[in-house]
Design a protein around this ligand. Structure first.
Ligand code: NOJ
Length: 542
């Protein structure tokens, strides 16, 4: 059972290494850069760092295309640097979580290089092949980054399957040899002292392309249980799977407290709400606020005691939350804090994506400034389909993954202190106003707010085990909820919008000591100013 697991009271910080801190002036963040910022992370108070992939990779998809799972890409440093990072982080009680990309490898991985040589090659079955004729793919499945999911290899007259770019061939999990190679590799990393793993698109490993099944294939949970038994269960690790197709029912399987699969999953039901239903993320729609409340309430309620939630607004694939659902103009500070307070009072493990703790915003760039394969392919594809350029750019400004990937804003010096070289991607021009140096010593800053939320979580068990009750369900402006355990009751009230509103809570709900707020003079009155958020704690007399 995982009742007392360390990760239940932990806060995890995600680093996108190429955009975090550059130590060697090549314009790309690296492991020594991360090491130089460990004191900053310790000051924030986080317990673990999830590192987006740093293994050897041709970087077609910024490292999510791995050509050697047991080596570090020279762009980021060496295996020695990685060992140093694990050790230095450990000295500060920070664990390092690796990103495992197990659904596919790079086409430059030696397995694939061998696999495509002949049908008889011992590595051929490490990937998914289908016979066919040139220009007549086995079916009409599409890849996530555009184009067909099938790529023809003329030398052996077969297609291989890829759910992402052509340089990311899908691994064949049906082959026990593939699974064994993966387990050996994971155990090797466990031996190096990592604190856990984030598993990239894990719900896509058990695919059946013949039946057009990608997510949640029939053997998925069987594979996951075997994976967990052969690797994770041997150590005290946190594991979080990326599962776009997860429902609460499935999440209870993935994060079963018996520890048979994973610690938790990233689910995306809340994240997909501001798009036209049944369409792509680029097809923008306003956020249906009542649905957002319903989705959070359901996940909180249904996983209570039966699974575990991950809590996040951001990651390297998502736009910045303050621009997305907050206000990155006049109320940037208030709304960034409100979103933090809203999320961090819930049950689950909170994740903070680099720069979120500073209120970093989306970047509005010209197409030439974008670097992301998904964004660039989308731009080309939609232009070809006849979309207006202006509309395509609106979608990109709102949803491009590069919004999250602009360099970290450390100070107001050149390149925001990210690099002394030429940054691989343009720094957001607002770094003079939004940067770490200006916030770290200010308890009233967004950074100060995150730091306090992390401290509160560590000091009050109700954050971890309290049950969840949504309040004011039908209120169109206010997100309010209570968490309660035997000893105390936590109350969180957030005005999600710019309009001042009154909060009609019962007197007996609105009690306790104010723990944190985003207005200095917050009190017990029922009027909530723009984006006002408050958190109260009432200790019960036992
Ligand atoms: C999900 C990752 O988060 C994303 O960045 C990547 O492009 C795809 N998986 C493919 O690995």
């Amino acid at each position: 059972m995982n009742d007392n697991k360390w990760w239940k009271s932990a806060v995890i910080y995600q680093i996108y290494p190429r955009s975090f801190a550059d130590s060697n002036k090549d314009g790309i963040g690296d492991l020594q850069g991360i090491i130089s910022k460990l004191d900053y992370l310790q000051n924030l108070g986080i317990n673990a760092v999830w590192l987006s992939p740093v293994c050897k990779s041709p970087q077609d998809d910024n490292g999510y295309d791995i050509s050697d799972y047991q080596d570090i890409d020279p762009m980021f440093g060496t295996l020695g640097d990685m060992e140093e990072l694990i050790e230095e982080a450990g000295k500060r009680n920070i664990r390092i979580i690796m990103d495992l990309v197990l659904n596919h490898s790079s086409d430059e991985h030696h397995w694939f290089q061998e696999a495509k040589k002949s049908r008889e090659n011992p590595y051929h079955d490490y990937y998914i092949w289908k016979d066919g004729a040139e220009d007549v793919p086995p079916n009409d499945m599409r890849a996530a980054f555009g184009g067909s999911a099938w790529e023809w290899v003329p030398e052996i007259k077969q297609y291989y399957f890829h759910q992402f770019s052509v340089k990311q061939p899908d691994l064949n999990w049906e082959n026990p040899k593939v699974r064994q190679e993966i387990y050996d590799m994971i155990n090797w990393w466990i031996g190096k002292g990592v604190g856990g793993f984030r598993l990239d698109v894990i719900d896509q490993i058990a695919k059946e392309p013949d039946k057009k099944i990608t997510n949640n294939g029939p053997r998925l949970h069987e594979f996951l249980r075997e994976l967990s038994r052969e690797t994770f269960q041997k150590a005290d690790l946190v594991t979080v799977g990326e599962a776009w197709g997860a429902t609460t029912e499935l999440a209870k399987l993935y994060s079963n407290p018996d520890n048979s699969e994973l610690s938790m999953v990233f689910q995306f039901e809340h994240i997909c709400l501001d798009q036209i239903e049944g369409k792509e993320k680029w097809d923008l729609a306003p956020l249906p606020f009542l649905r957002l409340k319903e989705v959070f309430a359901r996940w909180q309620r249904e996983l209570q005691g039966k699974g575990w939630n991950s809590l996040f607004w951001n990651n390297h694939d998502l736009p910045r939350i303050v621009s997305r659902w907050g206000n990155d103009g006049k109320y940037r500070i208030e709304s960034a804090k409100m979103l933090a307070i809203l999320l961090h009072g819930m049950q689950g493990t909170p994740y903070i994506y680099q720069g979120e703790e500073l209120g970093m915003t989306n970047a509005v760039y010209e197409i030439e400034e974008y670097r992301d394969i998904e964004t660039l392919n989308l731009y080309r594809e939609r232009l070809e389909k006849g979309y207006k350029e202006e509309n395509i750019m609106d979608s990109i400004h709102a949803k491009s993954r590069d919004n999250a990937r602009t360099p970290m804003q450390w100070n107001d010096g050149e390149n925001a202190g990210f690099t002394d070289g030429k940054p691989w991607m343009k720094v957001n021009p607002n770094y003079k106003e939004i940067n770490a140096a200006q916030q770290v010593d200010d308890t009233d800053s967004i950074f100060g707010c995150y730091k306090e939320l992390i401290r509160l979580r560590k000091n009050h068990p109700v954050f971890i085990d309290g049950d969840f009750r949504m309040l004011l369900n039908d209120n169109e402006n206010i997100f309010a909820y209570a968490r309660e355990d035997a000893g105390s009751r936590l109350l969180v009230i957030c005005n999600f919008y710019e309009k001042t509103v009154s909060c009609l809570l019962d007197e007996d709900e609105l009690s306790g000591k104010l723990l944190i707020s985003n207005y200095k003079d917050a009190d017990q009155t029922m009027i909530l100013r723009p984006y006002e958020a408050r958190m109260y704690l009432q200790e019960k007399k036992l």
